[in-house]
Ligand binder design. Structure first.
Ligand code: SIN
Length: 284
């Protein structure tokens, strides 16, 4: 356990990734408080705060401390003129609407400037199951042999909106909305190895089903490497896992992590509220 100040303590949850923080007032989004959270975030990658139920306004204010809250591209396309801007994403799993985030990803890598930070509030959780896992992409990069690092360095991956999101668009607005989503968000290129803009450390920038091909490779070569990368991230040595209690809040750095939400609570109810913060264009 590390004492940061008179009240704030952190407990590391794995050697590389994740820490539980106590004694932090999350309703304080002053620059001084945000600077402390950001420093911890840069060190640990994911922070967990128990018993920290924020309302929507407090959640948004905390996110705003780190930058401009993002609007999910599909929500923006669906916005009616004059409507309130939907900064919050509600993730509600029910028996009729099953969980759909049970695959490794980084949020919204299919846009040129994906989010940099996410803040997830557990509003209502199942009796058991529905944990979330994060994988450390620094460790994933650093665990590669030198020849593999050299091979991946300089490769560029095409990212595109996934079938799960296209289907969600189709359910909400028919084929027209799904087509509009694909038209507005054509594939975008990102480096396979990215440099974290604040720490300067390198991370393996992978994003599950959002990755569609590696630039310049033949289809079979590209599929082989993407499949290898998707499997590589399953190494439990890279992971930290959180079992939610109502009122927990997690904040994570999207630039060095992948995450996945388990679906083993289905058909039980689970309600999370998520906000992300706009990031910059990833670079090698
Ligand atoms: C997500 O951000 O992909 C969902 C995380 C969760 O519901 O635990």
């Amino acid at each position: 356990m590390t004492l940061i100040s008179q009240d704030i303590e952190t407990t590391r949850l794995s050697p590389y990734l994740g820490a539980e923080v106590t004694g932090m007032d999350l309703t304080d989004s002053s620059p001084e408080n945000i600077a402390v959270i950001n420093e911890l975030l840069l060190e640990h990658g994911v922070l967990f705060f128990r018993d920290s139920m924020l309302d929507v306004e407090e959640h948004e204010a905390l996110a705003r401390g780190f930058g401009e809250p993002s609007v999910f591209p599909l929500s923006r396309l669906m916005m009616k003129p004059g409507a309130e801007i939907p900064f919050m994403g509600e993730i509600i799993d029910t028996s009729d609407d099953p969980p759909n985030a049970d695959g490794w990803h980084t949020d919204v890598t299919w846009i040129p400037e994906p989010p940099k930070i996410a803040l997830l509030q557990a509003v209502d959780v199942p009796e058991s199951g529905g944990d979330t896992l994060w994988a450390d992409l620094y460790t994933a990069y650093e665990s590669l042999s030198q020849p593999m690092q050299d091979f991946f360095d300089g490769l560029v991956v095409n990212h595109q909106v996934s079938p799960v999101i296209i289907n969600a668009a189709r359910r909400r607005g028919g084929a027209e909305l799904a087509d509009l989503l694909l038209e507005k968000f054509p594939p975008v290129q990102h480096p396979l190895i990215r440099t974290h803009p604040e720490t300067g450390r390198k991370a393996l920038f992978i994003a599950g089903e959002f990755m569609i091909c590696i630039e310049g490779m033949h289809e079979d070569e590209s599929q082989m490497w993407l499949s290898w990368l998707k499997d590589y991230i399953n190494n439990p040595n890279f992971h930290v896992r959180w079992s939610w209690t109502q009122g927990d809040l997690a904040i994570w750095d999207e630039r060095r992590t992948n995450h996945r939400a388990l679906s083993n609570h289905y058909p039980s109810y689970r309600h999370m509220r998520r906000c992300t913060v706009d990031g910059d264009r990833p670079y090698c």
